[in-house]
Design a protein around this ligand. Structure first.
Ligand code: DAU
Length: 317
C-alpha cells in the first residue's frame, strides 16, 4: 500500500512493478474512507507506515499540512488497523519516525530511546504526536505496534529539496549552494538502504510496543559535508580543485534550526544485531554517481511546481 504526495514518484518503483505481491493504490491517508477501503479490499495484515510530510522548511511555511498528513493520517491508519484486525498477535503495525522528536543536542551526548521528547519544529511536533498516538493505540487497544526513530538519510532517489541531493544538483548545474546560517549545524547521516534493512529487522524481530533508534554514528557539520561534496564532484566532473566551493552561499538561517542530532543505536545493535553496512565516504560517492547518471530523473522531478516553490523559497532567504 502506498500513498503518493509531491515527493512520491511511481518511477521509483519500476523495480517491483511486476512483482506478484505489489499493487499501487493512489490515495490520501487523510481520508479515513480511502484507508479503510484499502484495508478491506486487500485484506491488509501488516503495515509499515512511512507516509509523511517530511521537510522541516515546508512545515515552517505551512504547519497544517503536517498536522493533517502526519497526525490525522496516522490516526486513520491506526483506526483502520484496529477495526480490521481481530487477532492482534498475528499482525504488525510499524511506525517509521524520526530522531527529530528528541529535539536538539548541544556538543555532548546522543539521543537514546529514553531521551524525553522535545520537538521544536512543526514537522517534528507532528511526528512526535504521531508517535504518541501509536503508543496510545498499543496501551489502550493492544494494537501490535513497533516504532523506529531514524537519523538523516541519504542515497539514490532522494527528493532534491534535502541537503545532499540539493547540493549535488546545484554543484552539477553550477548554481548557488545555499548553506543555512554559518553551516555549523550537525546531522548524523545514514545510507537509506541501511535504514531499510533496519526497518526489516525491527518489523520481523522487534518487540511489540518498543521503539528502536536507527543511526550510523556518522556526524557531520553541514559546511564540512558541503565542502566534501564540492571536492568530490570537482574530481568527478573534471573541474579545477576548489571551483565548486566558490558556489557556497551563506543564507538566512532556518527558523528555530536544531543544532545537532546524533543517534545512539546500541539497542538495535545489541538486541537485533543490526549495524550499518557501508561507510559514509563510499555511500556518498555511490550517491553522487547515481545523481550524475540520472540527471533526467532529477530534471523530471524538479520541473513544474517544485521548481517554482524552490526558487520562491530561495529568493526569500
Ligand atoms: O533527522 C531526520 C530528519 O532528517 C528527517 O526526519 C526529515 O524528514 C529530513 O528532512 C531530515 O531533516 P533535516 O532538516 O535535518 O534535513 P535537511 O536535508 O532539510 O537539512 C539538513 C541540514 O542542512 C539542516 O541543518 C539544514 C541544512 N540545510 C538544508 C537545506 C535544504 C542547508 O544548510 N541548506 C539547505 O538548502
Amino acid at each position: 500500500m502506498s500513498f503518493g504526495c509531491f515527493a512520491g514518484n511511481l518511477e521509483n518503483l519500476t523495480d517491483v512493478q511486476d512483482a506478484a505481491n505489489y499493487t499501487f493504490v493512489k490515495g490520501d491517508i487523510v481520508s479515513a474512507s480511502d484507508v479503510q477501503k484499502v484495508f478491506t479490499e486487500f485484506k491488509i495484515t501488516d503495515v509499515i507506515h512511512l507516509a509523511a510530510e517530511s521537510h522541516v522548511d515546508r512545515s515552517i511555511e505551512g504547519p497544517m499540512e503536517f498536522v493533517m498528513t502526519n497526525v490525522v493520517g496516522t490516526v486513520n491508519l491506526l483506526q483502520a488497523a484496529r477495526e480490521t484486525w481481530k487477532n492482534n498477535e498475528s499482525h504488525v503495525f510499524h511506525h517509521v519516525s524520526t530522531d527529530e522528536v528528541y529535539g536538539s543536542l548541544s556538543d555532548e551526548g546522543l539521543f537514546t530511546e529514553q531521551t524525553s521528547y522535545d520537538p521544536r519544529s512543526p514537522y517534528s511536533a507532528s511526528k512526535a504526536s504521531s508517535d504518541h498516538f501509536v503508543r496510545a493505540y498499543f496501551h489502550t487497544y493492544g494494537l501490535p505496534v513497533k516504532l523506529s526513530n531514524c537519523s538523516n538519510n541519504y542515497g539514490s532517489h532522494h527528493f532534491p529539496e534535502k541537503l545532499i541531493p540539493l547540493m549535488i544538483n546545484n554543484i552539477r548545474e553550477k548554481k548557488p549552494l545555499p548553506v543555512y546560517g554559518k553551516g555549523d549545524n550537525i546531522r548524523d547521516w545514514l545510507w537509506v538502504e541501511d535504514h531499510a534493512k533496519a526497518i526489516d529487522v525491527i518489523f520481523h524481530n522487534g518487540e511489540f510496543g518498543e521503539s528502536y533508534n536507527i543511526g550510523g554514528l556518522n556526524e557531520w557539520k553541514n559546511i564540512d559535508l558541503v565542502l566534501f561534496l564540492c571536492r568530490l564532484m570537482d574530481k568527478k566532473l573534471g573541474r579545477n580543485e576548489g571551483e565548486s566551493e566558490q558556489l557556497i552561499t551563506y543564507v538566512t538561517d532556518r527558523k528555530g534550526h536544531d543544532m545537532r542530532y546524533a543517534i545512539d543505536a546500541t539497542k538495535l545493535a545489541r538486541e537485533l544485531g543490526w549495524k550499518p553496512s557501508i561507510t559514509f565516504e563510499v555511500g556518498l560517492e555511490n550517491t553522487v554517481d547515481w545523481y550524475l547518471a540520472n540527471s533526467e530523473w532529477v530534471e523530471q522531478i524538479t520541473s513544474g511546481a517544485y521548481r517554482a516553490y524552490y526558487e520562491n523559497m530561495y529568493q526569500n532567504r
